[in-house]
Design a protein around this ligand. Structure first.
Ligand code: COA
Length: 174
């Protein structure tokens, strides 16, 4: 994918990305209030992140991908499938893009990668997500890619003593 003459690569995360990913996640936590952590609140060490990436790579219904420009990680998406036979077909994902790159179609490419991977996986039959009800950009993007609203979780987030609701959305993989 090319944007503004820059090549954007979407690829699976590897153990070597752990240090850069921890830095990235601590930054994006502070760029919006739509994630479950704020600036510097990611709270995972580099070693823990390495183990997490290794676990994802071994588990056939997990996916961890990054978007990269000129060797810099500027976006990521993590999908985690159920652990037991009865829930292995379904999972939930979270994602982010560095703020200065918002609106360039990078979020869309990350989700399309997830959808194609799910179709090819032979296991995944449903993708779930939750998104704050006031995250207009996120909700627009998910609807554009076919996700449907499935429910509402009240008081799902609390930030500075204020509660926020989340929308549950899902996409069936046939
Ligand atoms: C949500 C997020 C991942 C989207 O990434 P992105 O790279 O900006 O996404 P894209 O550029 O592919 O798509 C964004 C779309 O939203 C549209 N958009 C922008 N502002 C909008 C708004 N206020 N209301 C509705 N749509 C909006 C854009 O026009 C674009 O659509 P288009 O390509 O059809 O024109 C990114 O904004 C982000 O990291 N946000 C903070 C963390 C977050 O919210 N993560 C998701 C938690 S569920």
């Amino acid at each position: 994918m090319i944007r503004n003459n820059k090549k954007i690569i979407i690829r699976q995360a590897s153990k070597n990305d752990a240090r850069v990913l921890v830095d990235y996640l601590n930054i994006i936590g502070g760029e919006s209030n739509f994630l479950t952590f704020g600036a510097g609140e990611f709270g995972i060490s580099i070693e823990e992140e390495e183990s997490f990436i290794e676990k994802v790579l071994k588990k056939e219904n997990d996916l961890f991908i990054v978007a990269e420009i000129d060797g810099e990680i500027i976006g990521s998406l993590n999908f985690s499938g159920g652990l037991r036979e009865r829930t292995a077909h379904v999972g939930e994902f979270g994602m982010s893009v560095l703020k200065k790159y918002w609106g360039n179609g990078i979020g869309e490419e990350l989700i399309k990668y997830l959808i194609n991977w799910s179709k090819d996986s032979g296991i995944i039959r449903k993708i779930n997500l939750r998104v704050r009800t006031d995250n207009e950009r996120g909700i627009y993007l998910y609807k554009k890619l076919g996700f449907l609203e499935e429910g509402l979780l009240r008081r799902d987030f609390v930030i500075n003593d204020k509660f926020y609701d989340s929308l549950l959305m899902g996409l069936c993989i046939d």
